[in-house]
Design a binder for this molecule. Structure first.
Ligand code: GDP
Length: 196
């Protein structure tokens, strides 16, 4: 369990992010996938990730310090319906620089809505991660919204569709922010990496 989660900074440039002396775990996904809810659920801190949801702050790299030992990072979501080309280019540069150059980044959790069939935007993003050797872990969100068998079927379908992208199948978790399903598993994974 996380005891203390503290908002640190919001940046557009990875070089300005907090000094990289603690292990870091980033969260990313299509807008509305449930990222803010997941961050609040994992940290047990209501409203922590609201900062990233307020207008003007949505396109920033948000750092939280967890138990004074590691950083949790809320990355801006992709796949907004209406964004200009230049906006998309800015997002891409910011995110791609961060993911490829942030030296203490241990893993990036890519959130996938467990209710949906495989989405092009998600597949494109994880393909880019694979091509750039960015270690990712999948998180299938909102699992309380469908029957368990249906979730399992969607997860299998996603893994099957993305099979050719990975040399090795990625690790994945199934979560619900309303029931806290998957919280212990995700945090255990992070602790294992931190102590590994
Ligand atoms: P973000 O844009 O990725 O940060 O998504 P939010 O966390 O703001 O969630 C988007 C919407 O989905 C909100 O209405 C949330 O209440 C809802 N939501 C997020 N996670 C869950 C979940 O695990 N279960 C259910 N039932 N709803 C969720």
């Amino acid at each position: 369990m996380i005891k203390k989660a503290k908002f640190l900074t919001s940046n557009t440039d990875y070089k300005k992010c907090p000094s990289p002396h603690k292990p870091e775990f980033a969260f990313i996904g299509r807008s509305n996938v449930g990222k803010s809810s997941l961050i609040n659920m994992l940290t047990n801190t209501k409203g922590l990730a609201k900062i990233s949801g307020t207008p003007g702050k949505t396109q920033l790299i948000n750092h939280f310090e967890i138990d004074e030992r590691w950083y949790m990072v809320d990355l801006p979501g992709y796949g907004f319906a209406k964004v200009s080309k230049s906006h998309k280019a800015d997002w891409e540069k910011m995110i791609k620089d961060y993911l490829t150059l942030r030296e203490n980044l241990e893993a990036t959790f890519v959130l996938i809505d467990s209710r949906l069939s495989p989405q092009k935007k998600d597949l494109e993003f994880i393909l880019w991660c694979a091509e750039n050797a960015i270690p990712i872990v999948l998180i299938f969100t909102k699992a309380d919204k469908l029957a368990k068998a249906k979730i399992q079927a969607n997860v299998r379908k996603f893994l099957k569709t993305s099979e050719s992208i990975f040399e090795e199948a990625p690790m994945y978790f199934i979560t619900s922010s309303t029931s806290a399903l998957g919280r212990d598993e995700v945090l255990e994974f992070i602790e294992e990496v931190n102590h590994g």
